[in-house]
Design a protein around this ligand. Sequence first.
Ligand SMILES: [Fe+2]
Length: 199
Amino acid sequence: MTTTERPKYGVTQIAQLFPSLKRIKDKSLREKVAAVWNEAITTGCGGKGWTFDQLRAVKFTLLAGDIEMTFVEHLNSCVRQCIAIADVLEKSFRCDIPIQRDYLIAGGLLADVGKPLEFDKDKSGKVIQGTFGQQVRHPFTGVALAYKHGIPGEVMHIIATHSHEGDKVERSIESIIFHHADFVDFDIAKLLGKRAGKK
Ligand SMILES: [Fe+2]
């Protein structure tokens, strides 16, 4: 796809994939998050770009075996968990817990935005981790894309530290919340994948 042929998706289209996008109150941040996703979708898959349908069909994780959850559903699950966790924490802690909701939602939505670049398709059309994806995992490409679009440092921190790459870093409150939500899904998916494999 050349630059001129590439579609341009805004907030409305990206929110069809990720409805929580509309829960970001700051309009400028909402638009920047959509712009980052637009670039990832249209330039990913080894430069071929993804259609929405192709992206919706991508399995949650290539590491979990064959389970009934997709990558898009996983991200939506994580962001919804993050909001639910923030609600509970704010009611449970007697001290003030300074959770920046917009940053939490934006970070949750962008944590895996590098995956459309990490993933490619082999000759048979199967989604695989491409050579580029092996060289530069999605937390790094996610930050690179976010930086280009002026995403705040607090949000880039969540993208950078959400996975194992962040284990040696002191994660922010928002990153701790996302990291755990992410692994709730991931660990359960792995277990289900293992069980399905045994049948
Ligand atoms: Fe991730």
